[in-house]
Design a protein around this ligand. Structure first.
Ligand SMILES: Cc1cc2nc3c(=O)[nH]c(=O)nc-3n(C[C@H](O)[C@H](O)[C@H](O)COP(=O)(O)OP(=O)(O)OC[C@H]3O[C@@H](n4cnc5c(N)ncnc54)[C@H](O)[C@@H]3O)c2cc1C
Length: 424
């Protein structure tokens, strides 16, 4: 990580006395970043979060394609779900663009081979995604020698993949827990994350890139926990099987899982900073991923291009970076030396782990955010010196923006839940 002098440091002069971070004893610069907790919190609350919410509510950014039927290849899974909300609602009315699909699966309606989906199923395929996938060789392919991170653009779309409307499938409490969830989180933290080895000098043996990688995944976990705490089932419906009657915030869950753990909170800030920097850096590619001649996406393009993107670009000029990707450079010092194949291997493993999530709704959001994180690292690790132009597939653009929105919302929820706990 390059040291910045005082002039280069973040100094967004936003006049609002809000500091949730201070209330949970987080002061000064966020680790691995070049911004304080306070600055990051304010920028998110005042600029980024309100605009992101508008962007992800539009049709382009609200649709994501996923294969919920993929099997867990790593172990035999025994999921435990208590709510119907574990399921994913697919689009009842497929969006107009979905009707242009050239390829259709042989079975319409519920897929016989997919036990996860018991709602009415519309097995449509996103033509835009299909178009981008096979032509991904023209993109930054992470499977060739220059590759670093394998992302979805390297994978073929499976026959059982479905388009889902994320607005109908909010990330919230589903009741997924027990050994299945435990095993997934354990695989993420104890196998996929870089493990600390005892350094001879007794110090930290992880390099900066390894620490950032670990922090992003821990930040993802914090974000998921805060979304659960923010939309928790407070009372089950006694008249219906496995349905929730009353939804609301659960402060105890927020405190126990995240707010009382400074490291988990800090890692959420790091994850937010990394994703924000990636979205800033690749803004033009996100614009390019939105079809321009399709009226269905006009609002999506407008919200992104006319509102959020200019603000993000403005922030680059007026407020120095929150995260400096040169600290991740593969040619730099420290973990810059991270082996490209090793990073690729870890992401492939992470994708496999997400296939083992035993609840459809959780799998949807876990998979989307894995792709968002992978895309962010791909963007930040692209070598500027070669003037590499990063292109994003539809899926990557949606996942990247949505993952930033998840982390951004989680920071806001943390503030709200902490305030509620102090009131009580
Ligand atoms: C990918 C994925 C998505 C999920 N999505 C949902 C969902 O949408 N809705 C839902 O209700 N449930 C979801 N779950 C389940 C949920 O995350 C919890 O596993 C479950 O609620 C049980 O929580 P727990 O209290 O046992 O702790 P868990 O959250 O399962 O944590 C397990 C252990 O991980 C460690 N840990 C916790 N937080 C962090 C952190 N931030 N950084 C590092 N280590 C940490 C702690 O040692 C903790 O004991 C998901 C699980 C996974 C794996």
């Amino acid at each position: 990580m390059q040291e910045r002098n005082n002039e280069e440091r973040c100094s967004c002069d936003l006049d609002r006395p809000l500091s949730f971070a201070a209330t949970v004893d987080l002061h000064g610069d966020v680790s691995e970043c070049c911004c304080t907790f306070d600055e990051m919190e304010r920028i998110n609350a005042e600029i980024v979060h309100p605009l992101l919410k508008r962007v992800v509510a539009t049709p382009f950014f609200a649709h994501f394609k996923i294969d919920l039927c993929s099997d867990c290849e790593l172990w035999t899974d025994a999921p435990l779900c208590v709510l119907r909300d574990c399921g994913v609602c697919e689009c009842d009315e497929p969006p107009a663009w979905a009707s242009q699909v050239e390829w259709m699966p042989s079975i319409t309606g519920p897929d016989a081979g997919c036990e996860h989906l018991d709602d009415q199923v519309v097995t449509t395929v996103d033509l835009h995604v299909l178009e981008e996938w096979p032509s991904s060789s023209g993109l930054l392919s992470f499977l060739n020698d220059d590759s670093m991170v394998e992302t979805e653009s390297n994978h073929a779309i499976s026959d059982t993949a479905v388009v889902v409307d994320l607005r109908l499938n909010p990330e919230r409490y589903t009741g997924y827990n027990g050994p299945s969830a435990e095993k997934v989180w354990n695989a993420i933290h104890s196998e996929n994350c870089f493990q600390q080895e005892n350094a001879t000098d007794g110090g930290c043996s992880l390099t900066s890139d390894q620490r950032v990688y670990n922090r992003i995944l821990s930040g993802l976990h914090s974000s998921i926990s805060l979304h659960i705490a923010h939309s928790y089932c407070l009372e089950m419906d006694p008249n219906k099987i496995a349905e929730c009657k009353t939804w609301g915030p659960n402060v105890t869950v927020a405190l126990e899982r995240v707010l009382n753990h400074k490291d988990r909170m800090e890692n959420l800030y790091v994850a937010f900073a990394v994703l924000l920097r990636a979205v800033q850096k690749v803004g033009i590619a996100i614009t390019s991923a939105v079809p321009t001649e399709d009226d269905f996406f006009a609002e999506s393009l407008k919200e992104w291009k006319d509102h959020l993107l200019p603000q993000l670009q403005n922030m680059v000029n007026t407020c120095p970076l929150m995260f400096d990707e040169t600290s991740l450079s593969l040619d730099g010092e420290g973990l810059g030396n991270l082996n490209r194949l090793e990073l690729q291997r870890r992401f492939r493993h992470l994708q496999q782990i997400m296939q083992c999530v035993g609840c459809d709704r959780c799998k949807l959001w876990g998979t989307l955010q894995t792709l968002g994180i992978g895309t962010a690292l791909r963007v930040l690790l692209a070598e500027d010196s070669t003037n590499e132009i990063v292109e994003l597939s539809r899926q990557e653009a949606v996942a990247l923006v949505h993952t930033l929105e998840r982390f951004s919302s989680a920071l806001v929820y943390a503030t709200e839940l902490a305030a509620t706990s102090q009131e009580g």
